[in-house]
Ligand binder design. Sequence first.
Ligand code: ATP
Length: 257
Amino acid sequence: MLEIKNLQKSYGKGAPVLKDLNLTVRGEQVLSVIGSSGAGKSTLLRCINRLVEPTSGTITLNGTDFTTLTKKELRVERRRIGMIFQSFNLVDRLTVMENIQSGRLGYISTWAALTRRYPKEDIRKAYQLMERVGIAHYANKRADELSGGERQRVGVVRALMQRPEILLADEPTASLDPKTSEQIMALLRSLAEELDLPVIINIHNVTEAKEYSDRIVGMRYGKIIFDDLPDALDKEQMDEIYSGTPAEDRQTMGAAA
Ligand SMILES: Nc1ncnc2c1ncn2[C@@H]1O[C@H](COP(=O)(O)OP(=O)(O)OP(=O)(O)O)[C@@H](O)[C@H]1O
C-alpha cells in the first residue's frame, strides 16, 4: 500500500506546487493522474521516489516512510519503486539486455555489471519478461536501433527487473504514436493485473486514461480535486480539472483563507 499524507512541495522559495496532498493506493490497480500542464503531476510522481525532494508530509510504501530515509538508505529502498519515463532513459549504445540488466544494478556487484557477468537467474528473468512484452528477439540489438514502442517495452522490462512493489510511469506514451501508445497502456494494464502491481501513470490523454485505468485522480494546481472511477469523470468534472491558472488558484485559496 502506498500512503501519501499531507504532501507539500515548493521549488526553492516559490509558491507550493503540491498543497497538502493526500492519496492512498491499495492493491493491484492502474491509477492515472490527469491535469493541466503545471498541475503538479510529475512533481507528485517524482516525490514518491524522491527524485524530487518533498518539502513536507509523509510517503509510506508498505510500511517504509520514504521521506525520512537517509541518502544511503534511499539508494537501497528506491529499488522497490520502478519508474518508466517519457523519453525511455535508455543508454543508446548498450544492447537491450544490457539496458535491462541495469535495472538490477545495486543488486549485483559492480564488477559483475561492468564485465556483463549477469547472474543466471537475472538472465532467465530478463528473457521471461522480454518474451512477455514481445522484445526477446531484440536482446542483443542496440537500444538506438529500436522504435519508440520497442524502447518503451525495454523501459518497462528494466523497471520490472527491480521486482518493484509499485510502478510509476511519467507520461509513458507521450512520445509514441496513437496506436503504439494504446499498446503500451494495454501492456501496463495487463502487467498490473498479472503481477499484482499497482501502477501510477501520469498522462495527458484522457481517453486512454479512462480506457486503461481502474481509477483516475484529477489534479488542479497542486491539489487533487477528483478521485474516482473512470466512468465518473464527466464533462463537468473535466471542466473543473482543466480550468483555472496557478495564479487564479492562489487567489481563490487566499480568499478562502
Ligand atoms: N525543477 C523545478 N524547479 C522549479 N519549478 C519547477 C520544477 N519542476 C517543476 N516546476 C514547477 O512546478 C509546477 C508543477 O510542475 P509539474 O511538472 O509537476 O507539472 P505537470 O502537471 O507534470 O506538468 P506537465 O503536464 O506539463 O508535465 C509548475 O509550475 C512547474 O513550473
